[in-house]
Design a protein around this ligand. Structure first.
Ligand code: KG4
Ligand code: ZN
Length: 342
């Protein structure tokens, strides 16, 4: 086995992310991202959501070219690699299997250590891919297609979930609303765009969930009933009011998220506040975090767009911390679709 690289500025890691429908490879050297290549699987648009079997087959097609692209962009050769990192979970089992198997084979052929990474930990640590980096302890609202969490981040690899969704994730709320409205999948970015052209004139209820937990399934049902009623009165209601509907739904999702984040900040007294995950690409959430941060006296951290949605750079950043702690796994490692954080 290649010996541990003691020069922390030279440690070079290849990272693979394949938990859902994006195949991504990144190369990091000494804590800095040299490349972050992503192949997005457009095919799922045809079906209005991710089809797991199709996703794993697409990963198989994409993985070699995307790793190749990451090496070329970074200007690094395979012999420079000190470790191979991969997303172990949570995610779709077939998708994870492709990344895990590839990483294992690659590490074996180079005789370098393997590093497993938790996908949600990586979303949080995406903040360490570039300056400005948050200071510990900080709070991170991680909002993606499968998760909605408020995380207390005590250190790189020491995190506690303070609250999470009891049903749908925030991204699912966007995507399911989009489905009702007949928008393309994933609907989050589409609703974001249309909402900019409209006003939040329709009122959707805020769920009453105690503490720092979330619920989004009631919102989806109230949107459905509201639209069914309106379409009965006017069959063109959706087409005539699409921008305002999007602005109203988005405004409610953002207020649900921000109210819980404010509560978490008040309860913990922490003023370093970050957002992460696919939904943190949402322009209204980014804007509201900034303005709320100004009034609450928070220092806020918003990732660059490429580090919001699934990417291997965040896997590489997490793996770098694990490499420093010699936290490696053996070839017997298997993907875990329901991996707990921690
Ligand atoms: O983190 P991510 O790429 O994948 C998961 O780990 O799930 O998040 C994907 C989610 C999807 O639900 C997508 O609709 C949502 O992020 N999303 C957005 C925006 N961009 C992506 N939601 C709202 N506004 C956006 N601009
Ligand atoms: Zn994700």
């Amino acid at each position: 086995m290649k010996s541990i690289n003691q020069d922390i500025n030279a440690i070079t890691i290849l990272a693979i992310e394949s938990s859902c429908d994006d195949t991504s490879a990144a190369i990091l050297r000494g804590g800095k991202i040299l490349s972050n290549c992503v192949a997005t699987q457009e095919i799922h648009r045809l079906y209005g959501g991710v089809v797991p079997e199709v996703a794993s087959r697409q990963h198989q097609i994409n993985i070699v070219p995307i790793v190749d692209a990451a090496f070329k962009k970074a200007g690094v050769s395979k012999q420079d690699i000190d470790a191979v990192a991969f997303t172990r979970g949570p995610g779709l089992i077939g998708s994870l299997l492709v990344g895990v198997s590839f990483a294992k084979a690659f590490a074996l052929s180079l005789d370098v250590p393997l590093i497993e990474v938790h996908h949600m930990t990586a979303h949080v640590l995406a903040h360490f891919a570039e300056e400005p980096k948050p200071h510990f302890p900080f709070l991170c609202l991680t909002v993606s297609g499968g998760h909605t969490q408020i995380v207390l981040v005590k250190d790189y690899l020491d995190m506690t979930i303070l609250g999470q969704t009891t049903d749908d994730a925030a991204g699912e709320a966007f995507d399911k609303t989009g489905k009702i409205l007949g928008l393309d999948y994933p609907a989050g970015p589409v609703i974001d765009k249309l909402a900019r052209l409209g006003n939040p004139i329709f009122e959707f209820p805020e769920p009453r969930i105690p503490g720092l937990d979330f619920s989004f399934s009631g919102l989806k049902t109230s949107i459905l009933y509201f639209l069914q009623k309106k379409v009965k009165e006017n069959p063109d209601f959706i087409a005539e009011n699409l921008n305002d509907i999007c602005a109203s739904v988005q405004s409610r999702i953002v207020s649900i998220l921000m109210n819980k984040l404010k509560l978490a900040a008040a309860q913990t007294g922490i003023k370093e506040i970050a957002i992460a995950g696919g939904v943190s690409a949402n322009s209204a959430l980014r804007e509201t975090l900034k303005t709320t941060g100004d009034t609450e006296g928070w220092t806020t951290y918003i990732p660059k767009f490429e580090y919001c949605t699934d990417n291997a750079a965040m896997i590489a950043v997490t793996a770098y911390q694990k490499y420093l702690r010699a936290d490696f796994v053996g070839q017997e490692v298997a993907p875990l679709p329901r991996l707990e954080m921690g």
